[in-house]
Design a protein around this ligand. Structure first.
Ligand code: FAD
Length: 475
């Protein structure tokens, strides 16, 4: 048996940084990774998808070159092999960076195999048994595959297997109209595929406000993406060389036929094959490890970080988990998960930057609030760039004047949101932002203007929009 002071399982977005901190603190550490160093974000998540999104953006701008007075001779063609090679290079650089970082740590031993608890202090890795008083779980998650009739009869893609695609699917059918599905939908449409998105909810990204969902649907529909909402009784079958998906929508044909199927219906934690029962670590109904505000599990000496604890599903939440655990263990700083403000982005183009509460959540508080909105058509920088889709919305507490939340759907929205997020962390009133001098011309320069245009948020809940007719969104 090999003895360590700490064992880290998984090299996602928390494990590697924690390993480095523990080594720096003088500990003997074991780092275990069963597959690709860097985990989801580096290999099948954020980094490759945003690299692909950049290629798709280039294709879109090339097609729109005429709008900018630039002549591109001939048809714009996307070389999928080159697109994939670029993605592989960016992702690969990150993966090898994480691996050489871990292997270069002085008092760390790296194991490349599957880890499994055999007791609260012991982990089996291949033929070896490792023991430590402190064990940190950073095993992440994988694509959930729903029990859809016929799925065992057809080939389908997930966010992982689509990373190997180096050709253009003729017609990509995506089941799931949320964050992951929509990024793939827009990028493949821009690469040149026909794309249909099938969603069981009456609207896309249903946790967002209705105006945000509708604007996103319009952006995608304008690019020719077919949206099939309110889909019921999903079932799949082989259809020639492709697949057909039975949808039973309120409107539109009852079947969608395509060449390839991508499942983007959520994630599940990698906790089912970790031997957690041998350690006595508690999980919830969906398999997420139960952890407290400092990410300690119910078993002393075992922590859960990243997607597997169900407290976040993002790279930044996983990295923040590392910061919280390191601060508590090594810096005598009692940081907590509840200190953080919800924030994320949806990387369609234009992107959606989100911070704090939605309008619906603000209404549910039943306290006076203020709201300001501005279409991107009234943002000079967006007009100059000919990228005027989307809008900005900021919500404020009418009492203490603090910002409660914001949705920035528009060019630069993923960056602009941080101006608001930092003010929220500072717990400062909106008047600070109102009086700030921002740089011209930027999207952010309109934030102080918006703070001068705040109006009371009506107490009436906006009526639930009727389900969109199946093809209406496709324009
Ligand atoms: C398509 C897609 C796009 C995304 N885009 C974004 C984005 O733009 N921004 C963002 O913030 N987030 C994004 N995410 C989410 C983000 O990738 C994850 O939240 C992030 O990777 C954090 O994961 P993690 O640290 O929990 O672990 P992961 O990154 O999932 O890593 C876990 C690691 O543990 C290893 N492992 C698992 N079980 C074992 C075991 N038993 N033994 C040994 N090793 C094990 C795995 O092989 C893996 O390497 C995206 C996700 C997907 C799927």
């Amino acid at each position: 048996m090999q003895k360590f002071e700490a064992i880290i399982i998984g090299t996602g977005q928390a494990g590697p940084s924690l390993a480095a901190r523990l080594v720096e603190a003088g500990m003997k550490v074991a780092v275990i990774e069963r597959k690709s160093f860097g985990g989801t974000c580096v290999n099948t998540g954020c980094i490759p998808t945003k690299t692909l999104v950049a290629s798709a953006y280039a294709a879109k701008i090339a097609r729109r070159a005429g709008d900018y007075g630039v002549r591109v001779e001939g048809e714009v063609a996307v070389d999928m092999k080159a697109v994939k090679a670029r993605k592989d290079a960016v992702s690969g650089q990150s993966r090898t960076g994480v691996e050489s970082w871990m292997r270069g740590l002085k008092s760390a031993t790296v194991y490349q195999d599957h880890a499994r608890f055999i007791s609260p202090r012991e982990i089996a890795v291949g033929k070896e048994v490792l023991a430590a008083e402190k064990i940190f779980i950073n095993v992440g998650g994988r694509a959930a595959v729903p029990p859809m009739p016929g799925l065992d009869q057809v080939d389908y893609l997930t966010n992982s297997s689509i990373m190997n695609v180096d050709f253009l699917p003729e017609h990509l059918v995506i089941v799931g109209g949320s964050y992951i599905g929509l990024e793939f939908a827009q990028m493949y449409r821009r690469f040149g595929s026909a794309v249909t998105v099938i969603e069981m909810q009456p609207r896309l990204i249903a946790r967002e406000d209705e105006d945000v969902s509708d604007a996103v649907a319009d952006i995608l529909a304008q690019e020719g993406i077919d949206l099939r909402l309110n889909a019921e009784c999903l079932r799949v079958a082989r259809h020639g060389t492709g697949i057909s998906v039975g949808v039973d929508c309120a409107a539109g044909p009852p079947q969608v036929t395509g060449s390839h199927l991508l499942l983007a219906v959520g994630r599940r934690p990698n906790t089912d094959d970790l031997g957690l029962d041998k350690a006595g670590v508690a999980v919830d109904k969906r398999g997420y490890i139960q952890a407290d505000d400092q990410l300690r599990t119910n078993v002393p000496g075992i922590w859960a970080l990243g997607d597997c604890n169900g407290k976040g599903a993002f790279t930044h939440t996983s990295y923040n988990d590392y910061e919280i655990v390191a601060a508590n263990l090594l810096d005598n700083d009692p940081r907590r998960v509840s200190d953080r403000i919800e924030a994320y982005a949806l990387y369609i183009d234009p992107p959606l930057g989100r911070a704090g509460m939605t309008e619906r959540q603000v209404r549910e508080r039943n306290k006076p609030a203020l709201v300001a909105t501005r279409p991107m058509t009234k943002v000079g920088r967006a007009v100059e760039k000919s990228e005027t889709q989307g809008f900005m919305k900021i919500l404020v507490d009418a009492g203490d004047k603090r910002i409660l939340g914001a949705s920035i759907l528009g060019v630069g929205g993923d960056e602009v949101i941080h101006s608001i997020l930092d003010l929220m962390y500072a717990k400062a009133p909106y008047t600070v932002l109102q009086r700030a001098m921002h740089i011209h011309p930027t999207v952010s320069e309109l934030l102080p203007t918006m703070m001068g245009e705040l109006k009371p948020l009506s107490t009436e809940t906006p009526a639930q929009a009727p389900p969109r007719p199946a093809k209406a969104a496709a324009g």
